[in-house]
Design a protein around this ligand. Structure first.
Ligand code: SAJ
Length: 433
């Protein structure tokens, strides 16, 4: 049973770990967050959130003040004093698109050294299917305890959408797989404390691992289809956004939105976990791989659109000033991980364009590290070509007269083509040229 005085150790105080920690603390449990980033530990202990997420700062403040949430870099101490241990650490892919599970391994090893009888270990990190059974449990069993018999193990993927994390964590359905039914049931009792959403128990750990990867792969593949269709529409002079919106009126069609490519730490990575595991099991995954290729190719396609647009007005890309609006991987977030803006900027710089960047969310240090200048919106809008990359809401207020040189490449459907064309702006975009 989960008692009111149960303590939880949560490995990873990142985009998903910290909101989970704050919500569980708010539900009355004593939560100890564990993170190797000492600066973030300090920030959390001072009652603030190092992560930009609506509502999170206040929740961290309140739960720290109430002595329910605290953070530490001492994993051993946190595990020894907890009955439930959760792992919500990042799982990136390396340059060969192979999963890097080092953070999960390191957390599992720390847990193993301090595991106690009857503890419940919950893995939330996204992992290649089979990781819990084949890697995490053997590491935990180095403790001398046997999974299922002496301690419980469950896998429940995190499925909340960044920028709406707290709402989704408290409303979305939760998928839970356990090493046995008792483990899954105990994990369910925990999540019932924070979500009104349905609790869906699946047969085992690997099914739950697969569910998560399927969701993000579905979305990545769907966006790849939208992007490919948009490129065809471009060649035909069809407005892809208009066509997709019309197609989506069909009751069984839901084509996603084309754009400059797929970023973030989830959709652009998770499909590779399926590809990797499939390969190890002798199964081919051409569709998933091609979808990744299509989406990874989109920054190059945007660069071509920019080049042609400049040539149409008698300019060369070499030496032209390009104003990039937004480098976050999606609208209204500060996260630039895997953002398509970065390869686009690189590509434009390779063509010797001068790139100026505006983004009110992403830290100037990140932008500077890409070797480009950070400018205010007005300066970005004064460039030879303005390229809207991220759908930040503030960019919806841009008026035709603000695009000083009259050339706009809008890679997201946030600005109205007709309004800009009527205002004398040459309007191009992904699937809108
Ligand atoms: N994008 C498009 N076209 C679209 C939708 C998105 O180009 O129609 C782009 C976005 O601009 C962004 C990328 O895809 O660059 C990913 O954005 P997203 O909003 O689709 O997803 P994430 O990465 O922020 O969050 C996803 C979510 N997964 C699903 O919706 C299936 C979220 O629920 C997961 O919790 C999260 O991944 C995760 O942690 O795995």
């Amino acid at each position: 049973m989960i008692k009111e005085n149960s303590s939880i150790a949560i490995f990873g105080l990142g985009h998903m770990g910290l909101p989970t920690a704050a919500l569980l603390a708010q539900s009355g449990l004593k939560v100890r967050g564990v993170d190797i980033n000492k600066e973030n530990v300090k920030i959390v202990n001072s009652g603030r959130s190092p992560i930009m997420e609506p509502g999170l700062d206040e929740m961290v403040k309140k739960t720290v003040e109430n002595d329910l949430l605290s953070a530490t870099s001492d994993a051993g101490e946190a595990v020894r004093n907890s009955q439930i241990i959760m792992v919500i650490v990042p799982t990136p892919v390396d340059e060969n698109k192979k999963s890097d599970l080092s953070a999960v391994i390191s957390a599992s090893e720390s847990i193993s050294k301090n595991l106690k009888k009857d503890d419940l270990v919950i893995i939330e990190s996204t992992v290649p299917p089979g990781t819990c059974e084949n890697m995490v449990i053997p590491l935990l069993e180095k403790s001398g305890y046997k999974a299922g018999k002496d301690f419980k193990v469950a896998y429940t993927p995190e499925r909340a959408l960044p920028n709406n994390t707290l709402y989704e964590m408290t409303h979305n359905a939760r998928v839970i797989g356990g090493i046995d039914l008792e483990s899954a049931k105990m994990a369910a009792l925990l999540y019932e404390r924070i979500t009104n959403g349905e609790i869906i128990m699946v047969q085992n750990l690997v099914t739950a691992e697969m569910v998560k990867l399927m969701e993000n792969t579905y979305r990545d593949t769907n966006i790849a289809l939208a992007n490919e269709l948009a490129l065809v529409c471009d060649a035909l002079g069809v407005d892809a956004v208009e066509a997709i919106q019309a197609a989506n009126h069909h009751p069984r069609v839901n084509i996603h939105t084309p754009g400059p490519g797929v970023g973030g730490h989830c959709l652009s990575i998770d499909p590779y976990f399926i590809v990797e595991t499939a390969r190890e099991n002798g199964v081919k995954t051409p569709l998933i791989k091609t979808s990744r290729e299509v989406n990874e190719g989109m920054p190059g396609e945007v660069s071509k659109i920019v080049q042609l647009a400049l040539e149409d007005v008698g300019k060369t890309i070499e030496g032209s000033k390009i104003g990039i609006l937004g480098v976050a991987y999606k609208g209204n977030v500060a996260d630039a991980r895997e953002t398509p803006a970065q390869p686009l900027i690189k590509n434009l710089m390779k063509k010797r364009a001068e790139v100026l960047v505006n983004d009110p969310y992403v830290s100037p240090e990140i932008i500077k590290s890409w070797g480009v200048e950070m400018v205010d919106l007005e300066k970005a809008l004064s460039c030879d070509c303005v390229v809207l990359v991220t759908d930040h809401d503030i960019y919806r207020n841009i008026k035709p007269s603000m695009v000083k040189k009259g050339l706009l490449v809008c890679t997201r459907p946030v600005l109205d083509r007709e309004t800009f064309q009527k205002g004398g702006v040459i309007f191009k975009g992904v699937g809108r040229s």
